[in-house]
Structure formats: structure tokens, C-alpha cells
Design a protein around this ligand. Structure first.
Ligand SMILES: [Zn+2]
Length: 163
């Protein structure tokens, strides 16, 4: 059921599968972008909700994306220090699996494709728990993926899908 709210437009709205709703009473007035080093000066009127994470934001699409991504990575809320030590892989080729969506690098694995030698892969985990293996060569040879830090992720500095 869609319902209109003056400050937040038509609801419900989802980004990356994360639901948005009118901001809760306990939330601060600034936008999450401002809190994470961005320069948004607008007031927060809505919030992204994913599991236990509730992240305030304004109505700008970029800030909503940031709020959605932070909501998907609750560890970011537990401190930028910890987050800074994490690394994320982003598919930048339109044919890469879940292109443009950051996934945390959780390890290195060996995968043996049919009739091939074992190849080293990044083991990655998306916000919804989906695990995938991406060959290391995807970053350094095919350039179909980029590695970003948790700080980049928190600031919304996410590489675009560019080819
Ligand atoms: Zn904002």
C-alpha cells in the first residue's frame, strides 16, 4: 500500500532491497551523509531499515544510497576504526555478478573451474549473506572489479559500473 508523506514522497521505497520509512523520533536531525564526512546540510526526514540497523537520511538519492549501504553493513555503525580495516570488492563491469554492489572480502579461496587449474579467488560476502568467489585476476588483469576500503564505502565513494 503506497502512501504519500510530504517530507518523504511516496512510500514504501526500496534501494538495494533496503526499506525506507518516515524517520523515528529518536533519530538526530542531520543527514547520515553529514555524520560520515559528506557535505549534506539537509535535515533527515526518513530512515533506512535493515535487520537491527536503522539509518537516518534526507531524501536525496545519493544520501538514501549511503543510508541503505550503511544499514546493510551494521559493522560500519560500530565504529569507523573497525570499518577502515575492512576491504570490499565492487564489480565495475556490467556483466559482473551484482555489478556496482559492494561485497566484503572475507578471505582467499582456490576454485577449480572445469578442465582448468585451480585459481586463487577473493571470497566475498554481500549484505544479504550471499557468498561468491571472484578470481584475483578480475581486479588486476580484467579490471572488471575494484577494491575499496570500508571508509570509502561509508562515504559513498563506490566505483561506477563503467563498461
Ligand atoms: Zn543528505
Amino acid at each position: 500500500m503506497k502512501k504519500k508523506h510530504p517530507a518523504i514522497g511516496i512510500l514504501p521505497r526500496k534501494i538495494y532491497g533496503v526499506m525506507f520509512q518516515k524517520k523515528s523520533e529518536f533519530q538526530k536531525d542531520d543527514c547520515i551523509s553529514n555524520a560520515y564526512g559528506g557535505n549534506c546540510k539537509r535535515e533527515s526526514t526518513m530512515e533506512a531499515v535493515e535487520g537491527n540497523a536503522i539509518v537516518r537520511c534526507c531524501t536525496s538519492p545519493a544520501c538514501k544510497k549511503l543510508a541503505a549501504m550503511i544499514a546493510m553493513q551494521p559493522t560500519i555503525l560500530s565504529g569507523k576504526e573497525k570499518t577502515g580495516k575492512k576491504a570490499f570488492l565492487v564489480g565495475t563491469h556490467r556483466h559482473s555478478f551484482r555489478a556496482g554492489k559492494p561485497a566484503e572480502i572475507i578471505g582467499i579461496s582456490f576454485v577449480t573451474p572445469k578442465n582448468c587449474n585451480p585459481r586463487p579467488c577473493f571470497k566475498i560476502c554481500f549484505g544479504d549473506g550471499k557468498i561468491d568467489d571472484v578470481p584475483l585476476s578480475a581486479v588486476h588483469q580484467e579490471h572488471s572489479h575494484e577494491i575499496i576500503s570500508g571508509v570509502d564505502l561509508a562515504l559513498g565513494k563506490i566505483p561506477k559500473v563503467n563498461r
